[in-house]
Design a protein around this ligand. Sequence first.
Ligand code: NAD
Length: 283
Amino acid sequence: MVQLIDGKALAKEVRAEVKTRADAFRATHNRSPGLHVVLVGDDPASQVYVRNKERAAAKAGIEGRVHRLPAETSEADLLALVFELNGDDHIDGILVQLPLPDHLHDQSIVDAIDPAKDVDGLHPFNSGLLVVGRKGLRPCTPSGCMRMLEHVGCDPKGKRALVLGRSTLVGKPIALMLLEKHATVTIAHSRTEDLAERVRESDIVIAAVGRANLVQGDWIKDGAVVIDVGINRLDDGTLTGDVDFDGAKDRAAYITPVPGGVGPMTIAMLLSNTVDAAEARIM
Ligand code: NAD
């Protein structure tokens, strides 16, 4: 019988842990951990994400602030703000909401963030630490997926894990995290042949593509753990993942729903990274 991995409930648990740590930090250092989010332009989805981060930070005892800049902000002005935040000792985490408007280069801006404050874990220095297996700030969504595996007692050691998608944001870092936990990892991408075969042989499937029902239910190996990162909006407005949930749930041991799976974990891990950054900076 399949079990759902309830991302909302687990995220609540993570946020409670963060609050305890944030309160202890404040008691010792007379200030709360500080998270500054930079939002450029008026993309509606980004506005919702940023508002959710702001609210979640406040509830977790983190001093959150959002810098809302007009869409036509120049690269020089945005860089000047990032450097100012880098230099402010009371700020532990800096997050620039991506994607930026077209005239700005996402990577150049991320490269300007102090790696010690890079709570999105996307700075190449932090990516490098992950590659060599050292401690550092790690991307939030992959960290959330790993926490979900841990929560259901799934030890990746020796297991065959398949990651669908090879983005810098999700696919590549989650593959490295699974490798670090001694899984035998395969990364599938847009040019992969025999995707069905790769899924059939996998004990752990992490789907991060962005195509509704790409993974068919009858491809899933009996007893597999399925983490669906994909978020796809169907014509009727409903959200769905990359995995055919109804088919997969007859075979999987554990599966994440969409919505209510990985999504809530991402913000919780961002808050956790902020407290990690605050603690590491004052050591
Ligand atoms: P992306 O577009 O950057 O990457 C998609 C990847 O899928 C690419 O590497 C591509 O090679 C691969 N791909 C395309 N077709 C494929 C196929 N047929 N088989 C296997 N791989 C294929 O996307 P992303 O930023 O990595 O996000 C992936 C999905 O995860 C999206 O739906 C996104 O909305 C979602 N997402 C969710 C969260 C969350 O918090 N739940 C966070 C980030 C991303």
